[in-house]
Design a protein around this ligand. Structure first.
Ligand code: CDP
Length: 211
């Protein structure tokens, strides 16, 4: 049976993760969060005290022994890790490393119906031939409000205006970077996630039923 691939792209804190988890349960697809891969690299760079301002040192680290996995843990979602992840995600060698891992993972894990994969370049670069491509659209203020709540719930101290500033900065980095910038992928469906979650999933379920 053919494996289904659904991609979800969109800016920081647009709710991709929650939407992907919902689709995963409702349609029995394995959820892969590509952001985790960038966050794990960022976490290890910090842990191993690698100079974040030296491309040479980051490159050396990537080609040495960077084992990737989709394993999530709470520390990966801190603002410090978010900043480093967004900084290293601009490098082509980092992106190639992450993308090769993702494609291999999908090729090797054949036991499920398919995958729902979220990130910034999944429908535009990593899985261009996906069965359904979604692009999540939410305005900056709603995203900042949601991220603020998420951090507070995680027990991190947080200031709303700082979060909004950080989100604007990350959007700029994601959209302006040379390699795999955040774009609405060719052939993707724009999903408005400014209203209720129910409204969002209704838009999506209608599209999935058509696959
Ligand atoms: O949850 P949030 O959307 O804020 O971030 P994430 O999806 O966990 O991704 C962390 C960082 O990795 C982002 O700031 C992106 O710059 C980068 N990323 C990327 O460049 N490409 C992807 N496919 C996924 C994440």
């Amino acid at each position: 049976m053919k494996k289904i691939i659904i991609t979800i792209d969109g800016p920081a804190a647009s709710g991709k993760g929650r939407i992907a988890e919902y689709i995963s349960k409702r349609w029995n697809l394995k959820h892969l969060d590509s952001g985790i891969l960038y966050r794990i690299i960022a976490y290890n760079i910090l842990k191993k005290d690698i100079n974040i301002d030296s491309i040479k040192d980051i490159h050396k680290f990537i080609i040495s022994d960077t084992k990737l996995s989709y394993r999530k843990f709470k520390k990966l979602r801190s603002e410090q890790i978010s900043k480093i992840a967004s900084k290293i995600a601009v490098f082509k060698f980092v992106r190639n490393h992450v993308n090769n891992f993702q494609r291999e993972f999908v090729k090797k894990n054949l036991k499920n119906n398919g995958f729902v994969i979220d990130g910034r370049d999944i429908g535009s670069v990593v899985f261009k031939n996906a069965d359904l491509k979604l692009y999540i659209d939410v305005n900056e203020k709603n995203r900042a409000k949601r991220r603020y709540k998420q951090l507070i719930d995680n027990g991190e101290k947080s200031i709303y205006h700082e979060i909004l500033k950080e989100i604007k900065l990350r959007d700029k980095k994601d959209k302006l970077r040379k390699y795999s910038p955040l774009v609405k992928p060719y052939g993707s469906h724009m999903i408005n996630n400014n209203k209720s979650f129910e409204n969002t999933i209704n838009q999506i379920n209608k599209l999935i039923k058509k696959i």
